[in-house]
Design a protein around this ligand. Structure first.
Ligand SMILES: C[S@@+](CC[C@H](N)C(=O)[O-])C[C@H]1O[C@@H](n2cnc3c(N)ncnc32)[C@H](O)[C@@H]1O
Length: 456
């Protein structure tokens, strides 16, 4: 169908940016036609060049700034925007926190749900916070390189300083890269489906400083494997675990199903809220430990436990929230879909001498129905789902169990609003302020805690 767009590809024009989208793109309207523009902030007047025109919207790039926002940070490295590592780096940190607050408030307003949103809880030093890196490995100009993809592409941009990662992790990636070069181990070539090393994953305990290196390989065995492993742990004394993950498929999914320990332990340990956690290569673990402690403390405080309650923790991962709650509850039930994470969760309960927890491997929606059928009567249900939010059937089973409170930890305000609306239909209302916590500074991602209480 012919586009009725008021602009053409490559056209240059001056526009005023009116808004910042959930993806952190500047929005300009030309006769009601939306143009999305990278590196443009509300209030700025910019000369743009249209790069793509769709039926109802288009994309453009900034050619020149006629005015700039007082919230603009000028001292930025554009690589971090190009790679999507830090797409909000050009927005001052206070303005990032306000942007995250406003996103939640606006989405609830659009859904006609009356809420108060507290100011976003930020970090004092909002860089170098990530405890985990996952970087692609490719051959560029005959040399093995590590870095990050240019956004919306598989073009690798070599990088040594990843800006939002723990600098010790950045150093470890460079070391592993140099050893892979030294042993002439070929990088994966995704066009011809050849080569060996696809990705390197590094995780480092914030308190423990234990490091895990995961080499994701197309092959079952890496050339010079024993020497490589020996050299890695010699060079990086913090490394307590080196793991091989085999992914032989032509896919964008990073990890395959086969995981083998090449050196040390299958897990590393870290502490959170005074508890010790073992974390294996394929388990989810929050990437910003400093903010996670604030987030969990908030969830626990909002749960209002006295020690006599039965609590469900849905989407429990390695049991971090479950075990933090177990210290203040009579019984906690956790459910998680990844079997390795539940194995970790069980070990973690033992490590912390907590016996009042019961973990299940299952889809949260199925397990919630099972608990309901079994007559479990939770006082509080905590949910911490992935971005797609809760399955409607989970909300229905949860409401049938009639907990006094539901504490919803969300990493996506759109699905949070949808799910809150569903809970409201089933007799729940929001209790108190929604609290955004900035887990992902320099990016548009928004994490928050919401409490719902049963209307009596
Ligand atoms: C946002 S993480 C939260 C994990 C944990 N609460 C934490 O803070 O570390 C979401 C978790 O849900 C798990 N998951 C995804 N889909 C699921 C499902 N349908 N049922 C149960 N768990 C699921 C993921 O494996 C992941 O561990």
């Amino acid at each position: 169908m012919k586009s009725t767009a008021p602009v053409k590809k490559n056209q240059q024009l001056d526009v005023t940016i009116t808004d910042l989208t959930y993806q952190g793109l500047g929005l300009a309207k030309v006769d009601d036609f939306s143009l999305f523009i990278e590196n443009a902030l509300p209030g700025e007047v910019v000369t743009i060049q249209v790069t793509k025109v769709q039926k109802h919207y288009g994309f453009a790039r900034v050619v020149a700034f006629k005015t700039t926002s007082p919230d603009r940070v000028t001292d930025v490295d554009k690589t971090y925007r190009q790679t999507g590592i830090a797409p909000l780096q050009h927005l001052s940190y206070p303005a990032q926190l306000a942007f995250k607050h406003d996103q939640i408030a606006e989405l609830f307003k659009k859904a006609h749900i009356d809420v108060a949103v507290a100011p976003t809880l930020g970090m004092d030093h909002p860089t170098q916070y990530r405890n985990k890196a996952q970087v692609p490995v490719r051959q560029l100009k005959g040399q093995l390189e590590t870095g990050f993809y240019r956004q919306h592409s598989h073009d690798l941009i070599p990088l040594e300083d990843f800006y939002i990662q723990d600098p010790e992790i950045d150093k470890a990636i460079v070391k592993v890269r140099d050893l892979l070069r030294q042993f002439q181990i070929p990088a994966y070539d995704e066009i011809n489906d050849k080569g060996v090393i696809r990705n390197i994953m590094v995780r480092r305990g914030y308190y423990s400083h234990e490091m895990m290196i995961v080499l994701i390989s197309r092959q079952q065995k890496i050339p010079s494997q024993a020497q490589l492993v020996e050299q890695i742990h010699q060079a990086l004394p913090e490394v307590k675990s080196i793991v091989l993950n085999v992914n032989a498929k032509r896919t964008n999914v990073i990890m395959g199903n086969v995981t083998r320990v090449l050196y040390g332990k299958p897990t590393i340990e870290d502490q959170l809220m005074g508890l010790t956690f073992a974390i294996s290569a394929r388990s989810f673990y929050q990437v910003n430990p400093q903010q996670t402690e604030k987030l969990y403390q908030m969830a626990i405080d909002k749960a209002g436990l006295t020690g006599n309650e039965t609590v469900i923790d849905a989407y429990c991962g390695i049991g971090t929230i479950s075990l933090a709650l177990a210290k203040h509850a009579k019984q906690v039930y956790g459910v998680e879909i990844v079997p390795e994470a539940i194995e970790d969760a069980k070990v973690n309960a033992q490590k912390n001498h907590l016996t009042n927890v019961d973990f299940a491997v299952n889809k949260a929606e199925d397990q919630m129905a099972q608990w309901q059928a079994d007559g479990v009567k939770p006082d509080v249900i905590v949910v911490d789902p992935p971005r797609k939010g809760l399955a409607p059937s989970l909300i229905e089973s949860a409401a049938k169990m009639a907990p006094r409170k539901v504490v919803y930890v969300s990493c996506n305000p759109s699905t949070l609003v949808r799910d809150v609306a569903h809970f409201e239909e089933l007799g729940y209302v929001i209790d108190g302020d929604i609290q955004p916590v900035d887990q992902f500074p320099q990016t548009p991602h928004v994490e928050s805690v919401t409490v719902l209480k049963r209307k009596d």
